[in-house]
Write a protein that binds this ligand. Structure first.
Ligand code: FPP
Ligand code: MG
Length: 445
């Protein structure tokens, strides 16, 4: 008998998923949408250049490893989401006029400079960055007391302009310097997590070339990841927004929780204790929770933080739209990633087919296949660690409808992401966010 595991069925009825699956394809036929990457191409290029600046270190080994994953082409999906959501909501929030004034749009360079200005004295921070020698210092054995400095020029101006407070999208669209910096920060957090992930997964390759552990060893990869997180945290503090700081800090905790959850044994799908206990051990629920933690959390909280930096407050719908979009898109993205792991047997992509099985990981396709082939159960429980397990599991998944059902599920999440955009006013950025929900499903790498 085929049991149908409908993850999150309590909150999102599967009928709505199916309706949304249909409407994704209909929408694709009717509405031409802008290329999301083209819409913010200059900002994405600027962000890429700036990484080198933010990650400078006088220690050659650390400098090389910290920049390693930034020097090769990347999708930049997370920065893209932050930039598009900024464009799609700037002007709408109650505090937009104040945020815009504080960002120094009249003299943009002033505010951009502020984002590199330490909030504490350079000799207190001891965070030497050779790229910004005038603002940072290295450790010095001697330390002298300085007179108290006035940092009030760092605090955000409170020039709220009531005459300019009509909630409509700014035109032409603007992305605040703080939002661009946030886009960099989310990519830095992502890169740090990949450095650690490649140690855990013992991956020899990433995006077709040597992974950081392969090139530099495990110790430097872990330390390099920590260094990037440190610099990202510094940059985050300088945004001067406690809510955005809290959101991104919690993402870092989620990433670790997701990785730990992924290491846990897979429980039998029959053990659905959701109703009786806050401790969930249903295989599907754990899988989706892990998927949220390791992938969707950064997208959801990253775009929510972008909207916060644009002055949207509680009681307005925009923060909720951003979070719901990022959450659904992120889960769809990871589900497709898990499908690609079965479909790609391409070493050039750095992912030999079935790499997840080799790591002992049971993802969507295998969980669905388990429903059709109960003999997969023992293999899943022993994490495919006996000879022939990986090959047999791959074969059973191939014979099952697991990949197709995972794709349907990804499509349903992508469609949810598109649905939640509805409260936003029409704009190119909103259309581009809609377009992304389709690209995430169609992607081949
Ligand atoms: C890639 O997934 C990995 C992640 C999305 C998150 C990894 C998180 C950690 C290692 C926790 C530590 C986090 C920080 C911020 C230090 P994947 O292995 O499925 O994809 P891949 O094929 O690209 O490796
Ligand atoms: Mg990995």
């Amino acid at each position: 008998m085929q049991r149908s595991y409908l993850p999150f069925r309590r909150s999102i009825p599967i009928s709505r998923f199916h309706r949304s699956i249909n409407s994704v394809s209909t929408a694709a036929k009717c509405t031409p949408r802008p290329d999301p990457f083209a819409l913010v191409a200059p900002q994405l290029a600027g962000i890429r250049d700036e990484f080198i600046h933010l990650l400078g270190s006088a220690h050659p080994g650390l400098d090389d490893i910290a920049k390693y994953y930034f020097l090769r082409p990347s999708k930049q999906l997370r920065p893209l989401l932050v930039l598009l959501f900024s464009q799609a909501t700037n002007g709408l929030g109650k505090h937009w006029p104040a945020k815009r004034a504080a960002s120094g749009q009249a003299r943009p360079s002033d505010r951009v400079k502020d984002l590199d200005r330490p909030l504490s004295r350079p000799d207190v921070l001891n965070d030497w960055n050779p790229r910004i020698p005038d603002k940072t210092t290295a450790f010095s054995p001697s330390f002298s007391l300085h007179p108290l400095e006035d940092h009030s020029s760092n605090s955000q101006a409170s020039s709220f302009d009531p005459l300019n407070s009509t909630p409509s999208l700014v035109s032409p669209s603007i992305i605040l310097p703080t939002q661009e910096r946030l886009a960099q920060i989310v990519e830095m957090v992502h890169a740090a997590s990949l450095l650690h992930d490649d140690v855990i997964d013992e991956s020899p390759l990433r995006r077709g070339t040597a992974s950081a552990p392969e090139a530099f060893g495990n110790k430097l990869s872990v330390l390099g990841g920590n260094f990037i997180l440190g610099r990202a945290s510094t940059a985050l503090a300088r945004l001067g927004d406690p809510e955005a700081t809290e959101l991104i800090a919690s993402v870092i905790a989620n990433l670790v929780e997701g990785e730990i959850l992924q290491m846990q044994d897979v429980k039998s799908p029959e053990k659905d204790t959701l109703a009786s206990s806050p401790v969930v051990n249903n295989a599907w629920t754990i899988y989706l929770q892990k998927t949220y933690m390791k992938t969707a959390s950064l997208m959801a909280k990253g775009v929510r933080a972008a909207v916060v930096l644009g002055g949207c407050t509680d009681g307005e719908v925009y923060k909720e739209v951003a979070y719901a979009y990022g959450r659904n898109l992120g889960i769809a993205f990871q589900l497709v990633d898990d499908i690609l792991d079965y479909e790609s047997a391409d070493d050039a992509l750095g992912k030999p087919g079935g790499a997840d099985l080799q790591l002992g990981l049971t993802t969507g396709p295998a969980l669905y296949a388990w429903e059709e082939y109960p003999e997969l159960g023992p293999l899943i429980h022993r994490k495919f660690n006996q000879q022939g397990d990986v090959e047999l599991a791959r074969e059973l998944v191939r014979k099952s409808s697991g990949v197709q059902r995972t794709r349907d599920l990804a499509l349903a999440y992508a469609n949810q992401a598109r649905e939640v955009l509805k409260p936003l006013p029409d704009s190119d950025a909103k259309a581009a966010l809609g377009e992304l929900t389709e690209r995430v499903i169609k992607r081949k790498s």
